[in-house]
Each structure stands twice: as structure tokens, then as C-alpha cells.
Design a protein around this ligand. Structure first.
Ligand code: NAD
Length: 317
């Protein structure tokens, strides 16, 4: 497993990160045994970075991840945990200082931890970005001073939210950005802002290399927000790979791992088999590179929908 520095944090993350949203049953039901064995196998395979949120499965993902990490029975310093605040299944969005301060206490209890490495404001395009700058991030700084969190992050879909916030906070206030669905075979727009993010000294995490299931043989879940056109193009790409005896998810994972400016590629996993496949994809990439022929063919199939995304968030004033 390759480890990469996360911005200026001093943290070294495995290039494959464990996305724990599937542990909240958001991609179908997962048993406690599968959750625990997936996390264990991931850790044994060199994955040291685990991401969750109170939102995933209405707190279930945090609880399952906490249980699975505890079962590892290794020193706390051997794994890096990120969770989020401001987005909740029952309450919706609340980025107030009061809510996020209470939120971390609840998360720590569910995760059975004394601190998290990164606390991220979850999907900030659904809140007021000025509130994030003026109220939420200052509240997170207090949590940092209190030792509840080590680093501060922001997450969301539209890339403009990152530049808006980073242009308005003092340098070094935001340590990490987590972008999703913008560095996969069908959408590479994250690349455009990497020089800017680097100039701001923030660490970059790329989530959803499989485009939340679009780039899998079995296809996306019911709730997936992509257009029918994007869904069918991805399905055609998956079928092409299958007919050639190749696997779209492996290719997608490898594509996401190619850019070394991105510290970790967070992929959602719910079984030992998926962990094994994704870790093998990373190893194979390091040993023999990507399958250029398949990448070109899949790129051609996806060309008509390249960089197509979907609306997310509220109109900012
Ligand atoms: P993803 O692109 O990682 O796809 C996950 C889906 O692919 C799941 O159904 C999973 O079971 C399946 N899968 C995983 N490995 C596979 C394999 N080898 N073959 C076939 N199928 C495979 O999408 P994701 O889970 O949404 O994103 C990864 C993680 O990133 C999340 O779990 C979460 O931790 C984080 N994330 C954060 C945000 C945010 O903060 N706004 C948004 C999206 C994702």
C-alpha cells in the first residue's frame, strides 16, 4: 500500500481509503459480521484511513465503524478517522456552532473514540457558505484547541464551494477538502482546481471513484442522482468491460489512483471481497500500470457524457 502526505497536516494516508457509508446500509444491507470483517481486512491490507458521517444510515455507519475499529484492538494512533458534521438524516442541515459542537460529542460516543483526526463540514452547498466561514469553521477551531479533533475539512459536490470558502478563511484554517464524483473516468473536473488547492496548502481527498456505483457491473442504487443518459453510458461502459473479460470497477479505481496530488481515494466498501479487489487494483497499478486500451475504449464510450454532473445544494445569496 502506498501512503501519501495529506496537505500540511503531517498525516500519511493510505492511497486507498475506506469509505464507510455502505456500513450505514446505504448501498443495501450489511451484516455486523461483514462490516467488522471488511474493516479488519482493510486494516490488515494496509488501509489506515476510514471515513464516515452521522448522516450515513442515520448514525448507523458511525456505530458500525466504531465497533469494527474497536475490534481491531490496535493502538489508536495506527488508524486515521474522519467524520462529518452539519448533515443529519432526521434533522437535515444545521451548520450552527451549537449543533456542530454537540455533534462531535455524539460522534465520538458512537465511534467509541476520544478524538477524530478530521472533522468535516458535510455537504456545505446545502448551507450558507458565509455561515460556514464565519460560524462553523471558528467553532471547529475551538474543537481543535480542545483536542476533540485534529484537523478541519469541508466536503461537497460543486467545486466552487471550495474556492469560495478557502478564499475567505485565514490560511491554514481549513486543512482538508473532500471532493466526490469529480475524479472518476466519467468526470475529471477536480483536476482543474488541484493547483489552486495546492496553493492554499490543503490536503485533497477524492471520494466515490466508482461514481457512487455508476462504474460497477451491478450499477448504481435507486437514489442515484445521475441523469438517465449518464447512467446508461456508464452501463454501456461496464458491459464493454465485461465482454472483454475486464472489470469496470478495477479500471475506475486505478484511474482515480493515477493522480498523486490526491492523497487518498475513498471507496465505499461493504465486504472482504470488495476490499480485496480494490487493494489488488492499487497493487496491480503500482506493479504494471493501467490497462490503457480499456481506458481509451471506456473513455470513448463515456465521451458524450464526460464531466456531466447533477445539481446539488441551495442557491447561495
Ligand atoms: P463509491 O464510488 O466508492 O461506490 C461505492 C459503491 O461501489 C458501493 O455500492 C460499494 O459496495 C461498491 N463497490 C466498492 N468496491 C467495489 C468493487 N470492487 N466492485 C464492485 N462494486 C464495488 O461511492 P461512495 O461509497 O459514495 O463513496 C466512497 C466514500 O466517500 C463514502 O463511503 C464516504 O465515506 C465518502 N463520500 C463522502 C461524500 C461527502 O462528504 N459529501 C460524498 C460521497 C462519498
Amino acid at each position: 500500500m502506498e501512503f501519501r502526505q495529506l496537505g500540511n497536516t503531517g498525516l500519511k494516508l493510505s492511497c486507498v481509503g475506506f469509505g464507510a457509508s455502505p456500513l450505514g446500509n446505504v448501498f443495501g444491507n450489511v451484516s455486523d459480521e461483514d462490516a467488522i470483517s471488511s474493516v479488519r481486512f482493510a486494516f490488515q491490507s494496509g488501509i489506515n484511513f476510514f471515513d464516515t458521517s452521522p448522516y450515513y444510515g442515520g448514525t448507523l455507519s458511525e456505530k458500525m465503524l466504531g465497533k469494527a475499529l474497536k475490534a481491531l484492538d490496535v493502538p489508536r494512533s495506527e488508524y486515521i478517522v474522519s467524520t462529518k458534521c452539519g448533515r443529519y438524516k432526521d434533522e437535515g442541515f444545521d451548520f450552527s456552532a451549537e449543533r456542530v459542537t454537540k455533534s462531535i460529542e455524539e460522534s465520538l460516543q458512537r465511534l467509541q473514540l476520544d478524538y477524530v483526526d478530521i472533522l468535516q463540514c458535510h455537504d456545505i452547498e446545502f448551507g450558507s457558505l458565509d455561515q460556514i466561514v464565519n460560524e462553523t469553521i471558528p467553532a471547529l477551531q475551538k474543537l481543535k484547541e480542545a483536542g476533540k479533533i485534529r484537523f478541519i475539512g469541508i466536503t461537497g459536490l460543486p467545486l466552487g464551494i471550495f474556492t469560495y470558502v478557502l478564499d475567505r478563511v485565514p490560511p491554514g484554517t481549513v486543512d482538508v477538502v473532500l471532493s466526490y464524483c469529480h475524479h472518476c473516468i466519467n468526470d475529471s473536473t477536480l483536476e482543474d482546481i488541484i493547483p489552486y488547492l495546492k496553493s492554499k496548502g490543503v490536503g485533497i481527498i477524492n471520494a466515490s471513484p466508482l461514481a457512487m456505483g455508476l462504474l460497477t457491473e451491478s450499477g448504481p442504487p435507486e437514489w442515484h442522482p445521475a441523469s438517465p443518459e449518464l447512467k446508461s453510458a456508464c452501463q454501456a461502459a461496464a458491459t464493454y468491460c465485461k465482454e472483454k473479460g475486464k472489470n469496470i470497477s478495477k479500471l475506475a479505481m486505478q484511474y482515480s489512483l493515477l493522480n498523486k496530488e490526491i492523497t487518498s481515494v475513498l471507496v465505499g466498501m461493504k465486504s472482504v471481497k470488495q476490499v480485496e479487489e480494490n487493494v489488488d487494483a492499487a497493487r496491480e497499478l503500482a506493479d504494471s500500470g493501467i490497462d490503457e486500451e480499456a481506458l481509451t475504449e471506456v473513455g470513448n464510450i463515456l465521451k458524450p457524457v464526460k464531466n456531466q454532473t447533477w445539481p446539488s445544494g441551495i442557491q447561495q445569496s
